[in-house]
Structures are given as C-alpha cells and as structure tokens.
Design a protein around this ligand. Structure first.
Ligand code: FES
Length: 110
C-alpha cells in the first residue's frame, strides 16, 4: 500500500498507509486527521484544503476549473494548494506529503 504523510499546521508529521484509489480527504478521515470535508467531496466547501509538497504537485492530475474556483474561497491558498477530496492516492504517488493550512474554513463552527 502506498504511504502518505500529513503535516499538521504545528509541524507534527504523521505517516499513514492507505489503499490506492482513496482521496486525501478519505485517508485523513480513516486516520483521525482533522480535515473537515463539510460537503463530502461535492466541491462546495473548500474545508478540505491541503497544501501539497512541491515535489509531488506536478505529479498530480491537474485541478479542474471547478476545483480552482472553489480553492479561491480557501484561506491561506498557496501555489500548491489542492482540495483534499479531489486528489487520489496511487502507487505512483507513494510518499505523497501534504501540509494542513494554518487557517481553514471550519463550517462546524457556524
Ligand atoms: Fe468540500 Fe472537498 S470536501 S470541497
């Protein structure tokens, strides 16, 4: 199984294994990592914003226009920002590292 690394906003890193074909959001939820995902991957919330390690960004399928539009609503967007619900882990992406942004939209607080 491919591995993924999540880096929290405070710099703490956690490595997990996940089945190929799962999204970053699903992998986070499977492992108790706090990414909200309020719209359950309908691309309607941006609460799943993650910052992809630059070494991996160009190896991902490019974001759709709809994803880019939703990312515009995310806080702290960077050149390697993606929606975690739209990026799927594959064997070729073994070691994929993402950082959780400092500020996130949290619809649980509304
Ligand atoms: Fe809402 Fe990804 S979970 S956009």
């Amino acid at each position: 199984m491919p591995r993924m690394i999540f880096e929290a906003a405070d710099g703490v890193r956690r490595e997990v294994e996940a089945a190929s074909g799962k999204s970053i959001l699903d992998i986070a939820h499977d492992n108790g990592i706090d990414i909200e995902g309020a719209c359950e991957a309908c691309m309607a919330c941006a609460t799943c914003h993650v910052i992809v390690d630059a070494a991996f960004y160009d190896r991902l399928d490019p974001p759709s226009e709809a994803e880019m539009s939703m990312l515009d609503l995310a806080l702290g967007i960077t050149p390697t920002s993606r929606l975690g619900c739209q990026v799927v882990l594959t064997e070729a992406l073994d070691g994929l590292a993402v950082r959780l942004p400092d500020d996130v939209l949290d619809l649980r607080e509304i």
